[in-house]
Write a protein that binds this ligand. Structure first.
Ligand code: ADP
Ligand code: MG
Length: 823
């Protein structure tokens, strides 16, 4: 939908620039309208958008016939204003996006906790029935909600009454301003009360069915129009007293309402005359029906929901009681109360988040780990054998990690460092320390290329120290695989480097004491847990329960306080220093028409002995199509653009051996240029490469582009990144500009957060985090408060045992269980 509107916006602005000559689109605006409307109608997500599409349609179709520039200018201006408002609304809207089409969330009373067991209560012994009031009954328990309604709600993940209470409005319309008709002003959002003079149904030129009423209140009259709701004609007979709420529009010089909210004048106004909740909708449940349903649910059931927060926390943080918060979030009596309600419910989310993480950490550390001496001679030997000396930051972080590993409590540490900050050697130093202590270590990477590269690098460095390293990926051949399995099981292999192949059932370790996960954001919670379990003999049925030390690494730098909250169960180490001699990567966004210049530039760099990457556009639908596109691009570049240079190709459909061979050849300088799909996003390290050309740069996310760019500038050569893209969308433009402006991953991460919001930024699936509907992780102040309270409560009652915490305990369990269920 956003796309359709962005496109429209561009056309409107062009038309404006060109002086309203109906020239913005070849064939005229009307032609564009026909094409645009079909698409936009299909895409429209809710009633508001549908109504907007129809309004746009009407204006566009009549545009060519409008008499003179002024009328056209006014028409375009009014449309642009509407688009702007729509954007504002959706930007200021609730956390809850329009409902995803697919799977319904499980009911709120799920059966067994899944792994990793997140709740702080291993065996909830319910002193009392957790749901004495019956809130977990299906929504059909509500009068007026039959099976049809239930199945529509289920599409939005709502199955129980409880779910329904937590289905928050997407946004609110403030109709609490009542005004006489003669004082209405264009653009303001108001409520009027009046009598219907007449109502007519007709068809527009675009054969939309519309209903128009004229309403009078004694001071004046005004016309209201509704689209595609022919039945309204019966419901709005002349003489009826109604209340209308909406934004005052202008149409051909007159003030009008377009698709306003309305209801019969009654004692209590629900759809108008107040701050009106606007819910996410789904097919078959319109806005009014949804509000009626919610009204009944809230009135009947919110008063029965048990308070979850201990009284002292509520008092200290000045939070509304839960029941009141639920009432006010749905049908706010004032904007102050709405604010207070949101604050309370957002606090809850952050609080539950923190409690869950503290619980995870406790469960994890409840089993001992193998203590490994922190400074064995091999560690120093390893560091001395490096072709460079460690940065201060690397030294500090190695100390932090090995100090953790020396304790009989399992390490649980996150290592953050921007792309190129040198995380791999830190990981290697930790692995050497583990092996010196008589144990094994494993490092899991998200792609085969990366695993292979880690293996190449570490094998060379560690073999001289007598450490045996093995590589295990999906394409390790059968014979080799058996041998590696045997070596890991009997302890003759010290370090395993690999992909997901490491967590397959057949893999058994003799004594795995250190598990490392590189580029952790690429793994799901379950995969992380599976690697940890490989180091727990009890899980493998072989001995005492014991957890390995765990180190997860990430190149996504996020603000420290945010990191602490996101990964509250992890300790944090930060590599905040780049190895010496790094130059800033110069980044330029160029248009596709400027490609030739980019090619000339690449030629120049190659002449100076450097190497270059070409990244092909992302093709989301299929690996296969993406690979095919890359093959074609490679052929074109080799034959037509760089016939005298050696151009290589790597993509996701090649076998591991093929990829490895290409990477080896590129690394050793046998190739000048490497054409690649997004498979080289992470980790690849060829210090001689100095240019990266990213085609279709607008298709990638900011973090991903920054990762790509990190493939160059890894040696002492001045490096460049050329982003090829036409102006695609405003968002993409912002991303590309941000990349031009800074190399600082930290700043880019903040920008990315700002552009995408924390939900998408972290990817719920990847991080295994529960979904936050109201709270934002960016609200650091509330986050800190919630964290403080959670820690205090946890210190006192880690199991949340007391009777008065039963409701909270249940809430934590459910909150986290839903997160587990997605992964
Ligand atoms: P990342 O943190 O992105 O995983 P890598 O571990 O791949 O970074 O390191 C990037 C490059 O920097 C590698 O070529 C590595 O050998 C080199 N490097 C790491 N530490 C240092 C250092 N202290 N001095 C010089 N080069 C270093
Ligand atoms: Mg790395």
């Amino acid at each position: 939908m956003v796309k359709a509107f962005t496109q429209l916006e561009r056309v409107l602005s062009l038309e404006e620039k060109q002086g309203y000559k109906n020239t913005a689109v070849v064939g005229g605006i009307r032609q564009f309208a026909a094409f645009w409307i079909t698409k936009a109608r299909d895409d429209a997500l809710d009633e508001d958008d549908r109504a907007l599409v129809e309004q746009v349609a009407e204006v566009l179709q009549g545009y060519a016939r409008l008499p003179g520039i002024e009328a056209r200018a006014a028409a375009i201006a009014s449309l642009r204003e509407k688009l702007r408002q729509r954007k504002e609304w959706s930007a200021s809207g609730q956390a809850a996006p329009p409902p995803p089409p697919e799977p319904s969330r499980p009911a709120r009373q799920p059966a067994m906790p899944r792994k990793p067991v997140p709740a702080p209560v291993p065996q909830p012994v319910m002193a009392q029935e957790p749901d004495p009031e019956g809130l977990t009954q299906p929504v059909t328990a509500l009068a007026g909600a039959g099976p049809a309604t239930a199945s529509r709600l289920a599409k939005m993940g709502v199955e129980t009454l409880w779910d329904l209470l937590y289905l928050f409005p997407r946004r609110y319309d403030d109709y609490s301003q009542l005004k006489p008709i003669n004082r209405l002003e264009v653009g303001e959002t108001v409520t009027i009360i009046g009598t219907i003079w007449e109502t007519r149904a007709r068809r527009t030129r675009s054969s939309q069915r519309i209903v128009q009423s004229v309403i009078s209140d004694g001071t004046g009259n005004i016309q209201a129009t509704w689209f595609n709701q022919p039945w309204l004609a019966q419901k709005l007979p002349a003489g009826k007293r109604i209340v209308i709420s909406g934004t005052v529009d202008q149409y051909l010089g007159r003030k009008v309402f377009t698709s306003p909210e309305w209801e019969e004048l009654a004692e209590e106004l629900m759809h108008t005359g107040r701050i009106v909740p606007v819910y996410p909708l789904t097919k078959g449940l319109n806005a009014n029906k949804m509000r009626d349903l919610m009204k009944r649910a809230v009135e009947e059931w919110a008063p029965r929901i048990p308070e979850t927060l201990p009284e002292d926390i509520r008092a200290r943080q000045q939070l509304l009681p839960l029941q009141q918060a639920l009432l006010q979030i749905h049908f706010p009596e004032s904007s102050e109360l709405l604010h207070a309600a949101r604050r309370r419910l957002a606090f809850d989310e952050l609080f539950l988040l923190q409690l869950g993480m503290l619980g995870q950490r406790r469960t994890w550390q409840a089993e001992p780990a193998l203590p490994l001496p922190a400074a064995p001679p091999q560690r120093q030997q390893f560091v001395d054998s490096l072709p460079f000396s460690l940065t201060d930051a690397q030294q500090r972080v190695v100390e932090e990690i090995t100090a953790d590993m020396a304790r009989p409590v399992p390490m649980n540490r996150l290592l953050q460092g921007d792309v190129g900050s040198g995380k791999t050697v830190v990981a290697a130093a930790a692995m050497v320390t583990a092996v010196a202590g008589g144990a094994q270590a494993a490092m899991m990477a998200p792609t085969e290329i990366l695993a292979e590269q880690h293996y190449q690098g570490l094998h060379g460095l560690l073999a001289p120290l007598g450490i045996r390293v093995a590589l295990l990926t999906g394409s390790t051949s059968g014979g080799d695989r058996e041998q590696i399995y045997a070596g890991l099981a009997d302890g003759s292999v010290d370090i395993a480097i690999g992909t997901h192949a490491l967590i397959q059932d057949n893999v058994q370790f003799h004594r795995l004491a250190l598990a490392i996960i590189d580029e952790q954001h690429r793994f799901g919670v379950d995969q992380r847990a599976a690697l940890r379990d490989k180091g727990n003999p009890a899980v493998n049925g072989q001995g005492e329960a014991r957890n390995p030390h765990l180190l997860v690494m990430s190149a996504t730098p996020i603000p420290r306080s945010l990191a602490l909250s996101m990964y509250g169960d992890l300790d944090l180490s930060i590599l905040d220093e780049m190895p010496p001699g790094r130059q800033e990567i110069r980044t330029r966004w160029i248009r596709p028409s400027e490609r030739e210049r980019a090619y000339a530039f690449v030629r120049g760099q190659v002449q100076q002995g450097r190497q270059a990457y070409f990244i092909c556009p992302l093709v989301e639908e299929s690996n296969k199509i993406e690979a095919k596109a890359a093959v074609e691009e490679h052929a074109r570049l080799q034959k037509q653009v760089f016939p005298n240079l050696k151009v290589g190709l790597v993509h996701g459909r090649m076998s591991s051996a093929e990829k490895e061979e290409v990477m080896r050849a590129f690394h050793s300088g046998e190739m000048d240029i490497l054409v690649s799909t997004s498979v080289i996003e992470v980790g690849v390290d060829v210090p001689n490469s100095s240019v990266m050309v990213i085609e279709g740069a607008n298709r990638f996310g900011l973090a991903q582009l920054h990762q790509f760019r990190g493939r160059v500038g890894r040696g002492e050569h001045q490096s460049y990144c050329l982003l090829v893209s036409d102006a695609a969308s405003l968002d993409a433009e912002e991303r590309l500009q941000a990349l031009e402006q800074t190399n600082d991953g930290f700043q880019l991460a903040e920008k990315d957060l700002e552009l995408r919001g924390p939900g998408e930024f972290f990817g719920r699936r990847q991080s295994g985090m529960p979904e936050l509907r109201l709270a934002s992780l960016l609200d650091l102040q509330l986050l800190e408060l919630a964290r403080g309270e959670a820690q205090a409560l946890f210190a006192e009652d880690p199991e949340l045992e007391p009777e008065e915490l039963a409701a909270l305990r249940e809430q934590v369990r459910v909150f986290w269980e839903e997160a587990g269920d997605v992964s």
